[in-house]
Design a protein around this ligand. Structure first.
Ligand SMILES: C[S@@+](CC[C@H](N)C(=O)[O-])C[C@H]1O[C@@H](n2cnc3c(N)ncnc32)[C@H](O)[C@@H]1O
Length: 213
């Protein structure tokens, strides 16, 4: 199957927010996906501190537009297995209600105590996605909404027939955006298997649903 790109069904109105420094962050996020050793203790501490600060106004400024790409992925990204969902980089929980509707057991993992303090739903775990305190093969679905990718950890906790959902709320302009080919290479390297992808744009964002063949 390879990569299938579905036509957009959720239009993108004008007024898309612009995030300063997003290209630099994209460079770092790409490096992490390709070389997880570039993620250091210092980088983790700096990221947690930054999101602790951002947590104050996160929901007020950003909650309205962020769920649209994930909602579209859930509706059109193909069959999704039942079981445990793990949401990585879950933040204040803006995306979590959509996940709980499908997966009553959703584990929400984030590095920032400030972001987690605002979260109201899911099983909240403060941890680094680079070293997850979650058993191997536990997750039917792993969801990453604008957060760094550590593919080896994702596939370790994912069941063999599990599914990964990747969403960037500001699409190619999102600080955490990664193109689908980079995602596929990361998962193929981590598993020595081929993966398929279904992707589309929704509102201002982009999503990809990835499955091992
Ligand atoms: C851009 S925010 C997205 C939050 C949420 N997914 C949303 O859509 O509103 C990125 C989140 O990823 C978290 N994060 C960054 N690096 C992480 C890591 N290595 N492990 C776990 N969480 C991380 C941050 O603390 C932050 O809450």
């Amino acid at each position: 199957m390879g990569t299938v790109t579905l036509p957009r069904v959720v239009p993108a109105p004008s007024g898309k927010p612009v995030r300063a420094g997003s290209k630099e962050t994209q460079g770092r996020v790409r490096r992490i996906a390709q070389d997880p050793a570039s993620w250091t203790k210092e980088a983790a501490a700096a990221s947690a501190a930054r999101f602790d600060t951002l947590s104050e106004l996160w929901d007020e400024e950003r909650a309205a537009y962020r769920p649209a790409p994930l909602a579209d992925a859930l509706a059109r990204g193909g069959p999704l297995p039942a079981g445990t969902c793990v949401e990585l980089g879950s933040g204040t929980g803006v995306l979590t209600p959509l996940l709980l509707e499908r997966w009553p057991e959703t584990i929400c993992v984030d590095l920032s105590a400030g972001m987690l303090r605002k979260a109201r739903a899911g099983l909240l775990v403060r941890a680094d996605s680079a070293r997850l305190p979650i058993a191997s093969d536990r997750a039917a679905v792993v969801v990453l909404g604008d957060t760094p990718l550590f593919a080896a950890e994702v596939v370790r906790i994912l069941q063999r027939d599990g599914v990964v959902i990747w969403a960037n709320a500001l699409g190619v302009d999102a600080p955490h955006f990664l193109p689908t080919d980079v995602l596929l290479v990361a998962f193929e390297r981590a598993t020595s298997r081929r993966w398929d992808a279904v992707e589309s744009d929704a509102l201002w964002g982009h999503w990809v649903v990835l499955r091992p063949q």
